[in-house]
Design a protein around this ligand. Sequence first.
Ligand code: ADP
Length: 372
Amino acid sequence: MADISNAQILDALRTIQDPDRGQDIVSLNMVTGLVSKSGNVGFTIEVDADRGPKMEPVRKAAEVAVMAIPGVLSVTVVLTAPTATAAATPAKPAAQPQGGQQTPVKLLADVGAVIAVASGKGGVGKSTTAVNLALALSQKGLKTAILDADIYGPSLPMMLGITEKPDSPDGKRLMPIKKYGLKCMSIGFMVAADTPMIWRGPMVMGALEQMMGDVEWGETDVLIIDMPPGTGDAQLTIAQRVALAGSVIVSTPQDLALLDARKGLNMFKRVEVPVLGIIENMSYFLCPHCGERSEIFTHGGAKNAAAQMGVDFLGEIPLEMAIREGSDNGLPIVATAPDSPQAKPYHVIADALWAKVSSGAGQPVAPEIIVE
Ligand code: ADP
């Protein structure tokens, strides 16, 4: 696909006014770090820190204006304050230090390997896959943690059956909650399930950074981040602020989901996070009665797409009643029936994933990560 030109994008952004200053955001030089690749556009709008929350409608309007350009598949707009420590623009900090260039301190730098489990859209089984993969890694003997980075729709409390709140012995840092051998953190541990999350963009970023930076993870070989669905600011913040060893994309076989998976993939490529591979979830149906395998969707789509996109295919997980019941009732299959046929694909994929990470697949763009 042809790249959308910067001129086209800037023209669209000239229609967006800064309400306080009465001029458009391009003339005011507020747009920086513009990146456009294969229909995926990202840029930063620079605002003074105290105007951050107020500028959210401008951010949203900019996103909508660029999304309306024919051929644009995804738009990622981040509000940053030029002086804030965490101000990360899509163009600069994602790249690793070059010739003394200053980059913000990465979060979770003490963790052996941080792996982001992502999907282009919700409902593909990303969280189920993240939890079961984390459990499989833990059962390999690795000290494993899982962070639920979905601020709007946290799923870890339900998936792991966690109802307690995390302790904070010093009133500053939070202790992760231990369950099934995993160290776990989710905004859902702190906020009642029926509280609507009406946070604006900058607040979400703040909450995410705290959950990554202010949690006492302790000695950890691998931390799985269950990413929010889609490819917006929160995903970009994580991809830029965390020392990621790599990312994994979960997709269902349907074409639509795969198109979304491509967006996820492109986002990681753009911020130079290695994609460790694609997993096809709900790949085929395993009959609970006769054990027969039926290909109810066009099974294999993710494998073909992975080949086309030049990324590894990590494996397929069947559509299984036992997987669904377990993950919706706090009883994930890999914890409750680790030797079952249903848990097997997770072990196989976890082995493949760990082999890639420990062989240094995440090294090229994350030279500061030391995998032990
Ligand atoms: P996401 O994180 O992508 O939104 P979830 O992990 O919450 O998706 O899964 C969505 C629904 O699909 C849940 O009810 C979950 O139990 C179910 N699910 C996920 N993977 C499978 C699977 N392989 N087989 C059966 N049900 C699954």
